[in-house]
Design a protein around this ligand. Structure first.
Ligand SMILES: NC(=O)c1ccc[n+]([C@@H]2O[C@H](COP(=O)([O-])OP(=O)(O)OC[C@H]3O[C@@H](n4cnc5c(N)ncnc54)[C@H](O)[C@@H]3O)[C@@H](O)[C@H]2O)c1
Length: 412
């Protein structure tokens, strides 16, 4: 079976928390070959290499090739190294894009132009035009592009989707969602890029719940307003660290999404998040309520957990991502964080393993199934990103998404 090389661009939080361990698990299963990680700073890669949970406890014997290599120059910095790394790959391997939101477009296009399949963390890109460009380039080369919306692989999302499509809820009318990350995020690398011109709390994490509502209901967003409150990072940079978004849908429904980097560090668990939706079939109301951060486990340890934001009282989630001991070697990762990476990587492998003449049909099949997010089946997300950015930078005015080919975003 084909074992693609994987190059991940970016070695920050999402690489550490989810993607690299998931890749090691796939490597252990024999599904993928060598892993390269390219980051802007060698010291980022050193920290990733030194991570004892990943490299000693969970995946002893696994390692990645680092560019720039901290063993050669620990202080190296190269923001364009990804170009050389991608250019040196054999064609039709896999590039994973895990860098700040505003840089995705450039790196994805570089990978596609070098004939690489692409997996991008969400949001794919921030404008409709960029998403279309990616879709066209990928299609012309029969390359797979998948967007890592991992909530889609939470069983509760898949169950809600099936029940909605069976007509059990009627039609979505109103909803409210929240995803608040912890305060300590403000001390991370975020303070260097999460500034008003690049991103905001809604763009960063609100997109998950917009995607969820489409994933479950199939409805399309038509207008967005995002009210943002600026706050200061420890380094003095400002960012929209508090956002309240209202997303309207093509049946007139309305979803409210609140996002912040403010959840108290001492609160148990890594964030607070959930969604409540209200529906109607015209005669009866229906209701869905997902508590996505708390799943009934309460631990109080003898000492503080030795992780970023670690607490003594803890409500761990076994859903997103955990390491478990299944008898070795090392530990295994479990949860929808792993399942998502697994599905995306295996989709790219499936496309590449198909005969040259069969790839276009297979890519269309993946698009049409609408389980894996692709540029063509999830472009409403880019429309929401573009409208949301336009709105927040204009004091929360409503930004309308006009249907069309391509859709157009304008302030009302
Ligand atoms: N819930 C989620 O789905 C989720 C969670 C976290 C992050 N993300 C997404 O992942 C992306 C990265 O977020 P993060 O939390 O890992 O951020 P981070 O700030 O922790 O890490 C960013 C990484 O990108 C690297 N980078 C920046 N410019 C680069 C360049 N020119 N070349 C190579 N590497 C470069 C940095 O070195 C760093 O390793 C963002 O798009 C974010 O929205 C998604």
């Amino acid at each position: 079976m084909l074992k693609p090389q994987i190059t991940m661009i970016g070695g920050g939080m999402i690489a550490h928390d989810q993607i690299l361990p998931s890749l090691y698990q796939l490597q252990r299963q024999g599904a993928i070959g060598e892993i390269t990680v390219c980051a802007q700073h060698a010291k980022t890669l050193q920290a990733l290499r030194d991570n004892a949970m990943i490299h000693q406890r969970a995946f002893p014997g696994h390692s990645f090739r680092a560019v720039p290599d901290p063993a050669v120059d620990a202080s190296a910095k190269d923001s364009l190294a990804y170009r050389k790394v991608i250019a040196a790959m054999p064609p039709r391997q896999i590039v994973i894009v895990a860098i700040p939101d505003q840089l995705h477009h450039e790196v994805i296009m570089t990978a596609l132009r070098h004939d690489q399949h692409v997996i991008a963390v969400k949001p794919l890109v921030l404008t409709i035009a960029h998403a279309l460009e990616i879709e066209r380039e990928a299609r012309s080369r029969n390359l797979f592009v998948g967007v890592e919306y991992h909530k889609r692989f939470d069983d509760r999302s898949l169950l809600a989707r099936r029940r909605y499509r069976e007509g059990m809820f009627g039609e979505f009318k109103l909803g409210t969602a929240r995803l608040m990350e912890k305060w300590y995020y403000r001390h991370s690398n975020f303070q260097n890029w999460f500034t008003p011109e690049n991103s905001d709390a809604f763009t960063y994490i609100g997109c998950h719940y917009v995607d969820f509502v489409h994933f479950v209901t199939g409805l399309i967003p038509t207008a967005v307003s995002v009210y943002g409150i600026k706050d200061k990072f420890p380094n003095g940079n400002e960012g929209y660290l508090w956002t309240d978004a209202r997303v309207l849908w093509n049946n007139g429904a309305c979803l409210n999404v609140q996002n912040t980097l403010s959840f108290p560090d001492e609160a148990p668990g890594s964030n607070t998040q959930g969604i409540t939706l209200y529906f109607s079939d015209g005669e009866r109301g229906a209701w869905l309520d997902h508590s996505d951060q708390y799943r009934g486990i309460k631990y109080c340890y003898t000492r503080r957990l030795n992780t970023d934001g670690g607490t003594t009282f803890h409500e761990p989630s076994t859903e997103y991502f955990q390491y478990i001991d299944l008898g070795g070697p090392g530990l295994s990762c479990t949860g929808y964080g792993f399942r998502s990476v697994d599905q995306l990587v295996r989709a790219a492998i499936r496309v590449e393993s198909a005969g040259v003449g069969e790839r276009a049909a297979l890519l269309k099949e993946i698009d049409d199934a609408e389980v894996i997010a692709t540029p063509s089946n999830s472009s409403y997300n880019e429309a929401v990103m573009e409208a949301g950015r336009l709105s927040i930078l204009n004091g929360g005015k409503l930004a309308v998404i006009e249907a069309g080919d391509p859709p157009r975003v304008r302030l009302e």
